[in-house]
Ligand binder design. Structure first.
Ligand SMILES: [Zn+2]
Length: 275
C-alpha cells in the first residue's frame, strides 16, 4: 500500500514537473492524475470491452490531458472520432496544432482497468460526428494490426509498451536488431524515451544523438543485414538506410550502429553510431 502511494506521488510530481514545459493551452484542458501504467490487454479482449459505438476516454500518457472519442469502425484496431469540437481541440493541442501520423502513448480507463494503447493524430477516411474533425483516427492495442497489410505496426507497439511501462523489460530481452529498431522507431516518432533503454549511458547524454530526435517530420528506414566483423555474441554492427524529411527537405543517411553486451544474458546497448 505504502509503495502504491509512493508511486502515485512520484508519477503526480513528474506530471507537475512536465507541466511547465508544455506549450500554453489555448483550450480548457483537464489533467487526469495518472497513478499507474496501463495493462497490455490483447486486442481480442479490448474489441469486446469497447465494441463499435462505445464512447470512451483517451488519456495522453505524457501530459495527462484527456478527451472523449467514439469507436465507429475498425476490425484489427479501433477507428475512432473525437466526440465533440472540444475533444478535437484537445487532440489537436496534443499535436501542437498540426495533425500528424506520429504515435503517442495513451491510457484508456474502462471498467476498472487502465488499458495501454497508442494513437496517431491524422484525420483520414470518413467521419460522421459534428466535431470539426475531418475523418477518423486509429487507436492500436497489444496485438492490433493495420488495415491493409494486417501487419503489426512497430511504432504503435512500442508506444503501447511505453504506456504499459514495459520499454525497459522489452529492451532487456531484445536482439541486437530489435534494439536498433527501437532506436529508429524512437527517431521516427521523435521520442527519445523509446530509444533510451538501448543506448549506452554515454550516448544518452550525447548532444548529437539527442539532435536526431528533433525536427524530423517523416522518416522511413531499412535495417540491413549484420556485418560479420564480430561474431554476434558480445559485439556486433548493424547498418540501416534512413530516409528522413525535415525543414531542409529529404535526406538519405546510412548509419552503422555498434552494439555491445557484457555477456550472452546481458542486454544489447548501442555504444556507437556512425554516419
Ligand atoms: Zn484505422
Amino acid at each position: 500500500m505504502l509503495n502504491k502511494i509512493a508511486m502515485g506521488a512520484i508519477v503526480v510530481s513528474c506530471l507537475f514537473f512536465i507541466g511547465p514545459q508544455m506549450p500554453l493551452a489555448k483550450e480548457p484542458l483537464t489533467y487526469f492524475p495518472i497513478v499507474k501504467k496501463g495493462e497490455m490487454l490483447e486486442w481480442e479482449k479490448v474489441n469486446k470491452l469497447l465494441p463499435k459505438g462505445t464512447s470512451f476516454k483517451v488519456i495522453d500518457l505524457e501530459t495527462g490531458f484527456y478527451f472523449q472519442v467514439q469507436r465507429r469502425a475498425g476490425n484489427q484496431h479501433a477507428d475512432v472520432q473525437p466526440l465533440t469540437h472540444d475533444d478535437t481541440a484537445v487532440l489537436k493541442h496534443l499535436y501542437n496544432g498540426k495533425w500528424s501520423w506520429n504515435r503517442r502513448a495513451i491510457l484508456i480507463p474502462v471498467k476498472g482497468k487502465m488499458i495501454a494503447a497508442s494513437m496517431h493524430g491524422m484525420p483520414h477516411g470518413g467521419g460522421a460526428l459534428a466535431n470539426g474533425f475531418p475523418g477518423h483516427f486509429c487507436i492500436h492495442f497489444s496485438g492490433s494490426s493495420t488495415h491493409r497489410s494486417r501487419n503489426i505496426d512497430p511504432s504503435h507497439q512500442l508506444m503501447i509498451l511505453k504506456a504499459g511501462g514495459h520499454l525497459d523489460r522489452y529492451a532487456s530481452g531484445a536482439s541486437a536488431r530489435q534494439a536498433v529498431s527501437m532506436f529508429l522507431v524512437g527517431m521516427k516518432q521523435q521520442d527519445l524515451t523509446l530509444a533510451k533503454p538501448v543506448l549506452s549511458a554515454r550516448l544518452q547524454r550525447d548532444k548529437d544523438i539527442r539532435e536526431l530526435f528533433k525536427g524530423i517530420t517523416s522518416m522511413q528506414y531499412e535495417i540491413r543485414k549484420k556485418s560479420t566483423r564480430f561474431p554476434p555474441i558480445v559485439r556486433t554492427d548493424i547498418s540501416a538506410k534512413v530516409k528522413k524529411y525535415d525543414e531542409n527537405g529529404k535526406q538519405t543517411v546510412h548509419y552503422t550502429f555498434s552494439l555491445e553486451r557484457k555477456s550472452m544474458t546481458d542486454s544489447w546497448k548501442i555504444i556507437k553510431i556512425k554516419q
